[in-house]
Each structure stands twice: as C-alpha cells, then as structure tokens.
Design a protein. Structure first.
Length: 210
C-alpha cells in the first residue's frame, strides 16, 4: 500500500476481526468487538502525535517526561454505524470531542444523502479522525470528509475496519491529503454495493435491527 493507506495487521486486531465477521456473532458481542478493534486501531492511528517535554514530581523526585504537544483530537462518527466505534476510541482519548455526521445510502443510486451534521465549535483547532466500520463505495466517507473540510480542521484521518478496493480507490482519488486506516481490504463490492466477504450491514449488526 502507498503512504496514504495503512492496513493494520496487528494479531489482536486480526483475531477480533475474524469473530466480527462470523454470522453467528450476536449484537452484544459484535458491539464489543467493534469497540475493541476501534480502540486498537486508534492506538496505531495516533502514533504520529507529536510529543514535548514536561517536568513533573514523582514520589522520588523530579523527572522530565513526555506529553502530547498541544494537539486536540475530535472523533466524528458517520451515523449510524460509526457510533459503534466511539466508545473504544474515547477509552484511549477521553478528552477528545465528538462530532456527528448523518448520512444514509440511497439503495437505488447507492449515493449518500446527508441528513445531519454537528461538529465541535473549535474544530479548526483539532485533528479529526472520522469513524465508520465499512468503506464500501466510498461515497459516505468522501462526502463526510468534504463536509468536515469546510470547517478547516488542522488535519483529517479516516478510520474504518473493513474496506473494499473500489472504496479505497474512490476515497484516495477524492481526498489524496487524508490518511486512511483499515484492518482489512476485502475482495470487492457485490452488485448492491456490499463488501464481499465483509460482515454484512454493520449498523444492523451493531444495533440488532436485522
């Protein structure tokens, strides 16, 4: 992969992804796995945050240690499936703010339709990570990043669990300046825009609306 697309092949992520895909996995376990995978992926996606020195007092005396250098994060899940990833990433970065973008896919055109968006007021001071479990056609991801760019954040990354080659191609073409993180690149899209082999409809499986 090029330096815009990062596939996270950590054994823990890949192990949990296997159980996430299984059709026998129920909603409770599915939600827990999505959250855990998101947390592990966030660990990798924030690896390039800059550090600076700070002086603290330990019980044994003074020490010069590291803190993140003034960077503020915002997570923006794409509704509704992206909500499943929020708890996991906030476990790692509890001080981050959370925005929301609501898009649904028109099942005839397969194009995303926006119905809601609300971002943190200080978004221009923040590094944004957009969350959505699946990158299928890429339409929702492309439109969401376009919406966020209008507010001029410091940077944007996109984090999904499973991506289709078609979605990656469309996304990287539309937003060559946005890094994309995923846990797996699957074979293809089927004729109704679902990822194969994928895991089905992530939103339905998270919220039990099958």
């Amino acid at each position: 992969m090029d330096n815009q697309v990062f596939v996270m092949d950590h054994p823990l992520i890949q192990h949990k992804l296997t159980f996430l895909r299984k059709k026998e996995t129920g909603s409770k376990e599915f939600r827990e796995l999505v959250s855990e995978i998101a947390m592990l992926m966030c660990y990798e996606a924030t690896r390039d945050l800059p550090l600076e020195d700070t002086e603290i007092e330990t019980p044994m005396g003074k020490a010069v240690t590291k803190v993140i250098a003034g960077r503020k994060l915002a997570f923006v899940p794409i509704l509704r499936a992206g909500l499943g990833m929020v708890e996991g990433v906030l476990t790692l970065v509890p001080a981050a703010k959370v925005g929301h973008i609501g898009l649904y896919r028109d099942h005839q055109t397969l194009q995303p339709v926006e119905y809601y968006h609300k971002l943190p007021q200080d978004i221009e001071q923040r590094d944004v990570i957009v969350l959505d479990p699946m990158l299928a056609t890429g339409g929702s991801a492309i439109d969401s990043v376009e919406i966020i760019k209008r507010s001029h954040p410091k940077s944007i990354k996109f984090m999904c669990i499973i991506a289709a080659p078609e979605g990656i191609e469309a996304f990287t073409k539309a937003h060559p300046d946005v890094q994309l993180y995923c846990a797996a690149i699957d074979e293809r899209l089927n004729d109704i825009g679902y990822i194969v082999p994928g895991l089905g409809d992530a939103g339905d499986r998270i919220f039990g609306t099958l």
